[in-house]
Design a protein around this ligand. Structure first.
Ligand SMILES: C[S@@+](CC[C@H](N)C(=O)[O-])C[C@H]1O[C@@H](n2cnc3c(N)ncnc32)[C@H](O)[C@@H]1O
Length: 309
């Protein structure tokens, strides 16, 4: 496993500043990039009527089920009391709260006995968006049955701090918002048990299979990857190039925009995530991000590892 933590990001940025032309004013470390990062922070910390309309933090579990790939509902229902579920970018944590209701069991009768008191759930969010409902539910459940961690990004947790999970979800959370996508992905995989599954999505992305070109008309892609020669790499192809994972990518065009659904299963331990160098990042809900696929950089980072850790 390549453990790309914040120290490695420094190396990543150093390499990038060496290799990218100065014209990229939005590169990390540049002032435009800092400005966007500050604007993004203001979105995270926004409250009340200052919350931008596109920043949705209260999706229910039903909404997760209808948004994520089809297998998510069954994967969650099949978890037993010794299993753990991580929801990255949980907002108010409503999906977790819904899982602990009687209505959930009524709707998922099959496997109810085996589920017992249910899996432990950990919700993480940069900002604290817990509601009175969260506090009440946490108080009636066993200690630590549900945990809400905030104040840090996914990449700032060590695998030891979070522990291991059998199921991970991300509904327009860190996977859509992270500045360092390959670092994020590496961190997610580092807390997944063998055979654990990560369910997530991306809005407005070049899908694995090209849909009707009309969908692309005037579309601003939110997550883009390019090779060194400037040609596009699809996010799905990048995910499939990670070793030790099985990936399925599914296109949803119901909303007349290309939304890709990802199911990522960890199948062995020697995970290696091809690095993505951030080229640009603009504050938003979610933020448009562009990356360059690392090649020599990955090898170099590996070489730097003993020094920078
Ligand atoms: C648009 S809200 C989505 C909330 C929730 N999933 C929902 O659907 O209602 C984005 C969430 O992602 C979190 N987030 C963004 N980047 C993150 C990162 N790198 N690590 C952890 N959480 C992150 C934010 O703090 C926030 O909780």
């Amino acid at each position: 496993m390549i453990a790309l933590k914040s120290t490695s990001i420094v190396a990543l940025l150093l390499l990038q500043s060496l290799w990218l032309p100065a014209a990229h004013s939005q590169h990390p470390g540049g002032s435009a990039f800092d400005q966007e990062a500050r604007k993004q922070e203001a979105i995270y910390q926004s409250r009340g009527e200052n919350v931008p309309s596109g920043y949705v933090v209260d999706r229910s579990l039903v909404s997760y089920v209808s948004t994520l790939p089809a297998g998510f509902d069954r994967s969650l229902a099949n978890l037993g009391p010794s299993d753990r579920w991580l929801d990255i970018g949980a907002g108010e944590g409503n999906a977790v709260l819904d899982y602990y209701t009687e209505l959930y069991d009524a709707m998922h009768w099959e496997g109810r006995e085996r589920r017992g008191k249910k899996a432990q759930a950990v919700a993480i969010s940069i900002e604290d968006r817990r509601t009175p409902d969260w506090h009440q539910t946490a108080a009636r459940l066993a200690p630590d049955q549900i945990r809400y961690l905030y104040g840090k990004r996914m990449r700032e947790y060590s695998p030891e701090e979070l522990g291991r999970f059998q199921l991970i979800t991300d509904v327009i959370g860190g996977f859509s918002y992270a500045r360092y996508l390959s670092v994020f992905m590496d961190n997610v995989l580092s807390v997944m048990d063998l055979n654990a599954t990560f369910f997530t999505i991306l809005l407005d992305v070049r899908p694995e299979t090209d849909p009707d070109p009309a969908l692309y008309k005037d579309l601003l892609f939110l997550t883009e990857i390019e090779k060194a020669d400037g040609s596009d790499v699809k996010v799905c192809s990048w995910l499939k190039s990670i070793s030790c994972v099985q990936v399925t990518c599914e296109l949803n065009t119901e909303l007349k925009r290309p939304i890709e659904l990802y199911r990522i299963q960890k199948v062995c331990d020697k995970v290696a995530v091809p690095s993505l160098l951030p080229l640009s990042y603009q504050a938003g809900t979610p933020p448009p991000r562009r990356y360059r696929l690392g090649s020599a950089q990955s090898a170099l980072l590996e070489e730097l590892r003993p020094i920078d850790q």
